[in-house]
Design a binder for this molecule. Structure first.
Ligand code: F6P
Length: 324
């Protein structure tokens, strides 16, 4: 391999910059050229490239977001768009691409490889932690800490006013953030898409909690929860059935995607970047680098896309016991 292209695609996550830095510096270490591709696949289609050396990634390990910018490219979904992208890579002499992103980004990488034979490697970057083949995606740990910090603050005001708070956290189809940050922040109930507890069970639990002497409560709801109600509809429902509760809703939103990456995410990004580049050097393609039992491991992109990293159901039990 002579020249590696690196891009970030899909929703950004803290640790993406640390991963870019790792890819760029691993290339430099092995005397391989490296090119940053701006705005994900859209920049590939437009030839928005910049040569990167070890000094282009100074002072970014601690920065949230992505210096390469991110985008969700509609044009890349068309064969014509992908052809344009390949022409630009060819002209630039890029013979391997590292894609930092989520499952949508990996699907694009796979199609691209199948059509043009371009070697591709994926680094999982999303706060949702919903990718098979890694116990941690980049940004997940940071997002957990952000959510816990926010809920701690909400708890202060909740307990001052004897209120019940519904806190909505991110996780389109996955409850990892809700479940882990919920336990970390001492939530009374945690609602996740993987496990539909049903509204009756929620009512029962809130009633029990009030009767046991709790004056304030926090219910963490994953945005992708499938009880068929938005977090505001949930509030209305509980208000109607348990009118003694004074309820507020807090949607944490995109603040969960920002901020300085945790040490864990920085180290993970550094390890995954090294493995991605060195795997391309070994002639490998169509893999995602991930962490399995603290070992950096390769998983075929096809599997990473299909599967979801499963929820640890024991955590649901722990949460149940903790809310006694
Ligand atoms: O990064 C993943 C995620 O945070 C999901 O949890 C959420 O549904 C989605 O991104 C929202 O992203 P955007 O507003 O960029 O479409």
């Amino acid at each position: 391999i002579k020249k590696v292209g690196v891009l970030t695609s899909g929703g950004d996550s803290p640790g993406m910059n640390a991963a870019i830095r790792s890819v760029v510096r691993t290339c430099a270490y092995h005397n391989i050229e490296c090119v940053g591709i701006y705005r994900g696949y859209q920049g590939m289609i437009e030839g928005d490239f910049k040569e990167m050396g070890p000094r282009s990634v100074n002072n970014i390990i601690n920065k949230g977001g992505t210096i390469l910018k991110s985008a969700r490219s509609k044009e890349f979904m068309s064969a014509e768009g992908r052809k344009k992208a390949f022409e630009h890579l060819k002209k630039e002499g890029i013979d391997g691409v590292v894609v930092i992103g989520g499952d949508g980004s990996f699907t694009g990488a796979l199609v691209f490889n199948k059509e043009f034979g371009m070697p591709v490697m994926g680094i999982p970057g999303t706060i949702d932690n919903d990718i098979f083949g890694t116990s941690h995606t980049l940004g997940y740990d940071t997002a957990l800490n952000t959510v816990v910090e926010c809920i701690d603050k909400i708890r202060d005001t909740a307990s001052s006013h004897n209120r019940l708070f519904f806190v909505e956290v991110m996780g389109r189809d996955a409850g990892h953030i809700a479940l882990n940050a919920g336990i970390g922040a001492g939530a009374e109930e945690i609602l996740i898409p993987e496990e539909d507890l049903g509204l009756d069970r929620l009512l029962e639990s809130l009633e029990k909690s009030r009767n046991s002497g709790k004056s304030s409560s926090i219910v963490v709801v994953a945005e992708g929860d499938k009880m068929g109600k938005s977090v505001f509809e949930l509030k209305d429902y509980i208000e109607e059935h348990l009118p003694e509760y004074d309820i507020r809703v807090s949607v944490l939103g995109h603040m969960q995607r920002g901020g300085a990456p945790s040490c864990f995410d920085r180290v993970l990004a550094s390890r995954l970047g090294v493995k991605a580049v060195e795997s391309l050097m070994e002639g490998k393609s169509n893999y995602m680098v991930g962490l399995i039992q603290d070992e950096v491991t390769l998983t075929p992109l096809e599997q990473a896309i299909k599967g979801h990293y499963p929820i640890d159901t024991e955590l649901l039990r722990v949460s149940d016991i903790m809310s006694t």
